[in-house]
Structures are given as C-alpha cells and as structure tokens.
Design a protein around this ligand. Sequence first.
Ligand SMILES: Nc1ncnc2c1ncn2[C@@H]1O[C@H](COP(=O)(O)OP(=O)(O)O)[C@@H](O)[C@H]1O
Ligand SMILES: CC(=O)N[C@@H](CCC(=O)OP(=O)(O)O)C(=O)O
Length: 293
Amino acid sequence: MYEEMDTLIEKASILIEALPYIQKLYGKTVVIKYGGNAMINEKLKNWVMEDITLLKYIGVNPIVVHGGGPDINSVLKKLKVESQFVNGLRVTDMQTMEVAQMVLVGKTNKELVSMLNQKGGKAIGICGIDGNLIQARKHYEYVNGEKIDLGYVGEVVSINAKVLEMLAKDEYIPVVAPIGVGEDGTSYNINADTVAAEIAKAIKAEKLMFMTDVEGLKYDKNSKEIISAISADEVLKMIDEGKIDGGMIPKVLGCIDALKHGVNRTHILDGRIPHCILLEIFTDKGIGTMIHL
Ligand SMILES: Nc1ncnc2c1ncn2[C@@H]1O[C@H](COP(=O)(O)OP(=O)(O)O)[C@@H](O)[C@H]1O
Ligand SMILES: CC(=O)N[C@@H](CCC(=O)OP(=O)(O)O)C(=O)O
C-alpha cells in the first residue's frame, strides 16, 4: 500500500515538473523522424513507442516518419542485390523499388504501428501513396556538376497536409513510410529525412526531431564533443568545409528548410538513449543538437 503511494507520488511529481513543458506544446504538432539506424533493438523501440504514445495522451500531436534503410539492406542481401549510394541516396532500380516499398510499407511501418497500438496508442500507418500524401517526381542528383540518374529515387513536389491534419488533430498517431507517388502513379523511394522535413513544413509543426545513431551534431564525424546549439549559417559553413557528410546532410538541411518555413524548433538527437524524446521535450537543457536560424 505504502509502496503504491510512493510510486504514485513519484509519478505525480514528475508530471508536475513536466507541466510547464506540456503547456507549451499542448495541441501542437511534433514531427518525429525515426531513423532505421536508431531502431537497434526491441527494448529501445518499445521505449520510443511509449514516449510517442505518452505525448499523444498529454495533448501533443506526434507525427512519426520512419526510415528503414537497414531493413531494406537485409532483404536486398537475401536477394543477393547490392545497393549503391550517391550522396546518401540509394540508387533504386525497379527491383530495389519493389523491395523498398514492400519493406518500408509492409514491414517497418506495420511493426511500428502495431507497437504503438500495443502501448495504447491509436496509430495509423500510411505511405505517400495513401490519399496522395506525398506527391513526388523523379529526382536527379548532381555530383561535381554532373547530373546522375538514381532510378526511382523521388523528390517531394507537395504534401497533402489535410490527410495528416485530420488524423493528428483527432485521436490518431500517423506513422508515415517515405514512399512518394508520381502524377502517373509511379512509386518513388524518398529519403526519410527529407520527407520528415517536408511534412513538418507543410503542417507548420512546432518541432521537428531527427532520431539517429549519434549523440548529436559534432564538429566533425570523428569528434567526441557534441554541439548543443548551432545556427543555420554555421551549419552551412560546416557542410562547405566537409565537416558534415553522408546521412547527416539531409537532416541538417531538413532542419534549416523547416525553420525557414515556420517550424519553431528543430533537433537532432540520439535515438539510442532511453526516453530521448521525453528528455528533449521535458528538460530545459534538452539533449542532442538544436539547430536555429
Ligand atoms: N558532423 C557530424 N556529426 C555527427 N554525425 C555525422 C557528422 N557528419 C556525418 N555524420 C554521420 O551521420 C550519421 C547519421 O546519419 P545516418 O546514418 O544516415 O542516420 P539515420 O539512419 O538515422 O538516418 C552518423 O552516424 C555519422 O556517421
Ligand atoms: C532514396 C533513399 O535513400 N531512400 C531510403 C529510404 C529509407 C530511409 O531513408 O531510411 P533511414 O532513415 O533509415 O536511412 C533508402 O532506400 O534507404
């Protein structure tokens, strides 16, 4: 009996401490990009799902955009297909496109939706084809001025924000797989960071959070020190100097783009830290890196 009281009092005091942060975010939308490399094990995934469900319970509207690069890799490996990447984007021929869509929409998306629902959330899994959520076109990547054809890699033309607003403002947690659809119905494989930033822009989210597999943005990839806050100009300078590369580039550029289009806060955080979402939202210091204008 006394133990139960203690637990209740502990929970109540945590809630009281969190109240000012909850008030700030109440009724607002937070876009959370959950990267494939941060989905390390079931325990961590469970914590992430608990945090997202808790946000919804306390009146914040989370929208989850997930990756799944490692899941795609492992299925391609079984099929003895090797992927090439150009500037972090997977060269996607027709077979790879089919696998990417099958894995992201059929496996990764449904696993996350099911886990959220197990935690008491009401998650709905969709990809960019559903309700024409992510209208896309073929993307060409430029390397040293040369135009490179990456096959079925897409770029976002527009986001049908209404679909997400309807779900998020209601009791649902939308979980989005980064597959876009062209005017002629062609499916496109789109980098999940880019999709998260475009969605945050389209719905004017309060916050955009990238959960990845490093502690935050560092002065360079091999440095131990994380940058707790940095401006967009400084980030662009770091890219020019080659201090940010690979999969970190779409994240930081996504943050800057989102900030310029009305998103208030953008963060890069370590998805391997237990309850990283709550630590970021419910503490003054936050964790990881905040990018600001
Ligand atoms: N300056 C930097 N600071 C931190 N990480 C960096 C930096 N530059 C490049 N990276 C790399 O970016 C990676 C994160 O991107 P990525 O692996 O694509 O993540 P995700 O799968 O979560 O989208 C890190 O593991 C790191 O190797
Ligand atoms: C074009 C492109 O590269 N698409 C990505 C989509 C998944 C993704 O972005 O997953 P992560 O966030 O886990 O890296 C891919 O095929 O891997």
